[in-house]
Every structure is written in structure tokens, then in C-alpha cells.
Design a protein around this ligand. Structure first.
Ligand code: PLP
Length: 361
């Protein structure tokens, strides 16, 4: 992916360079576990204030292992939003469980609490709650519903590391949380992930599954080395990204052709993508082509699962908002959010112009 802003990601700074040199010099780059992975585990536990962590080779395997850790089995139902990361659906299938779709809240791109509750059956064992594209799931309400029905909660925080709701970190509400350190993510090692939990038996079940004489899904010392300095500066980087994203959302809020993100009191989002919903799906291809000509990193959102057959998943509730999101979402990639002010001014002007055109056609 190359655009006007691809030089801003992955981050190139003295601290990451120093970390790379250090693991080169002491040979840690060639080792499985050691000082770097131990340091990263410690930093993550402290940052999220939780008791157990598994460092893993991807966020996707993290979601699968979290399901296994919670004891989800073949025949169980797992609720997820009908607009979500494709891998989450596959992870449920991978363990022989059945995905059951619920709808999203339109301006948050995240699971709707009421729709989740309506999708619950006697076979429901767990729910996957992703916060996507700068949107935040109403995790307070969702965990309360889940608790009431005896359902376990996995928070997919791959897109929102560091976000808070009422001062509490997203990722600390559920029974397990999943992080990704993939190449485009806000904490990046090119690849990688983690599962966080406060429940020892969840940690232990994952441990048993991944231990096959070796640590089958490990994150390496080399990966941990570049992640440690990124975690140190995550809050500062998030503050800058969030400031700039909110400015873009604000500037485009009055334009006719699109709807933007909105937040409840007490929510402090983090931006891996910034999302808008076009009022009509007919113009998306045109808009993206024009954006590309301007060198703007605008993309389509996820395909979503609304069209998947009932052989593969349960669809007990209306999925209207998810269907709209699948057809009409456009996303701005995050590196631009670290650009200097003059660049952001220019980009916000270009977005307003592009979006306003959509309102007219
Ligand atoms: C990136 C991502 C994942 C996992 O991705 P990996 O590339 O496997 O690390 C899971 N969920 C969401 C919402 C994501 O954005």
C-alpha cells in the first residue's frame, strides 16, 4: 500500500532503531523467549492492569485461542456483529462452534447491545465485541447483558489499544481481550498478537493448547524488541492521532453526503482507521477512485457477513445497520493522523470537497 503518507508508517525513530541494534548485538533476535518478551509481557500487564498475558503470532490466532481459553466448544453458539473483521467469523468456525450474527449501532461500527441480547439462545456461550474504525462498543452495557445471561465476553481491541470508557481501559471489561501487532496496526511488529485475561484457567487452557513441545504460536524476541518502545509512547501517539481524527470528523460533520462517528459521554476513542458512512452506496467506487488520484489513503470497509448463508451462521435478528455498513463504509488509514498541521488542513479540505460532491449526485 503506497500513498502520500506511507512514509509515516511503520514508525522510524531512534528508540526503535536502538532496540533493533540491541537485539542484534546480544543475539536476542535469534531467540524464542527472553528479556524482550518478558519485558513486553510486563508492560502489557501493567498498561492494562491485568493478571495474565499470552504473546502470540497474530491477532487472529488470539481470537481463536481466546475462544478456546473460555472453553467454547463444538456446537456452542458465539454471537458477533454482522459487520466485523472476517477472521473473527472464521475463528468461531475453526473450533466447530456456530457464529450467530447481531447488528451494529450505525455511528459506532460496533455491536448493538439490544441486538446482541435479542440474538442470545440457550446455546450461546460467548460474544465477540470488536471496536472498529474509531468507534467504541457500548462495552459497559454489553458486559452487563452477557453477565445476566451467563455469557462470556471476548473484547477484540485490535483497532483500539489504549481507548478508555469512563476512565477504564477498553480490554478490561471482558473475560479476555485480544490485541494485534500486525503490520498496519497501531502497535506493530509486522505480525503478532496477544491475549489478555484476569482468569487463570483461561490462561492455562490456552497454554495447554499452544504447547506442543514448543510454543506453537509464539511472538519472537525480535518482534517484542520493536514493540516495547512503541508501547512506551502509545498514549502520546494516541493523543495526537485522536486530536487530529476528531478534527477531521468535526470538519466533515456538516457535509451532506456522509455520516461520521459519534461518541457517548466518557468515551475516549483511539484511531486505527477513521470511518464515514456514505448516504448512498452508488458513489463509493467513484469516491475512492477520486481519492486515489489525490493520493488519499481512503478504502472500503469490511464485506461483513450479512450475505453468508444460514447454513454457516445464525441470523435471528434484523441486520440492517450492518448491511449499510458493508455497502457504504469508507475508511481513512491512520498514518495520516501523525502528519503535521498544514498537511491535515489540506486533507480535511479535500475530504470535505469529496464528500460534498457525494451529497449532490
Ligand atoms: C487486525 C485485526 C485482527 C487480527 O489481525 P491479525 O492480522 O491476525 O493480527 C482482529 N480483529 C480486528 C478488528 C482487526 O482489525
Amino acid at each position: 500500500m503506497s500513498d502520500r503518507f506511507s512514509h509515516l508508517w511503520p514508525p522510524q525513530n531512534e528508540r526503535i532503531l536502538a532496540a533493533l541494534k540491541a537485539v542484534y548485538c546480544d543475539g536476542d533476535w535469534g531467540r524464542y523467549h527472553g528479556a524482550q518478551t518478558t519485558m513486553l509481557e510486563g508492560k502489557l500487564l501493567e498498561y492494562f492492569g491485568c493478571s495474565y498475558v499470552h504473546l502470540l503470532c497474530s491477532g487472529t490466532i488470539g481470537v481463536e485461542l481466546a475462544l478456546r481459553g473460555l472453553g467454547v466448544q463444538s456446537g456452542d453458539e458465539v454471537v458477533l456483529a454482522a459487520y466485523d473483521f472476517p477472521g473473527n467469523f472464521r475463528c468461531i468456525e475453526a473450533i466447530g462452534a456456530r457464529p450467530v450474527l447481531a447488528d451494529i449501532v450505525s455511528a459506532s461500527w460496533s455491536l448493538c447491545p439490544e441486538s446482541f441480547e435479542a440474538a442470545i439462545s440457550s446455546a450461546t456461550k460467548a460474544v465477540i465485541v470488536s471496536s472498529l474504525h474509531g468507534g467504541l462498543a457500548n462495552i459497559d452495557r454489553i458486559s452487563a447483558i452477557a453477565k445476566h445471561h451467563g455469557i462470556l465476553v471476548i473484547e477484540d481491541i485490535c483497532q483500539v489499544p489504549g481507548a478508555t470508557v469512563n476512565g477504564r481501559r477498553v480490554g478490561t471489561y471482558g473475560d479476555a481481550a485480544v490485541l494485534s501487532f500486525g503490520g498496519s496496526k497501531l502497535l506493530s511488529a509486522g505480525r503478532g498478537g496477544a491475549v489478555l485475561t484476569n482468569n487463570e484457567s483461561v490462561w492455562q487452557r490456552i497454554n495447554v493448547f499452544k504447547d506442543r513441545g514448543n510454543d506453537t504460536f509464539a511472538l519472537s524476541q525480535l518482534q517484542a524488541a520493536v514493540l516495547n518502545p512503541q508501547l512506551d509512547s502509545l498514549d502520546d501517539d494516541n493523543t495526537l492521532r485522536t486530536h487530529n481524527a476528531l478534527k477531521l470528523i468535526d470538519r466533515t460533520a456538516l457535509v451532506d453526503g456522509v455520516d461520521g462517528l459519534s461518541y457517548a459521554e466518557g468515551e475516549v476513542p483511539v484511531f486505527y482507521k477513521v470511518a464515514w458512512l456514505l448516504k448512498s452506496c452508488h458513489q463509493r467506487a467513484t469516491l475512492l477512485a477520486e481519492a486515489r488520484q489525490l493520493g488519499l489513503p481512503l478504502f472500503e470497509g469490511f464485506m461483513g457477513f450479512v450475505k453468508r448463508s444460514e447454513r454457516r451462521c445464525g441470523k435471528p435478528v434484523s441486520l440492517r445497520n450492518s448491511e449499510c455498513a458493508s455497502d457504504r463504509t469508507i475508511l481513512l488509514h491512520h498514518p495520516i493522523l501523525l502528519a503535521e498541521n498544514s498537511v491535515l488542513e489540506e486533507v480535511s479540505g479535500q475530504l470535505v470537497q469529496l464528500f460534498a460532491q457525494m451529497g449532490k449526485d
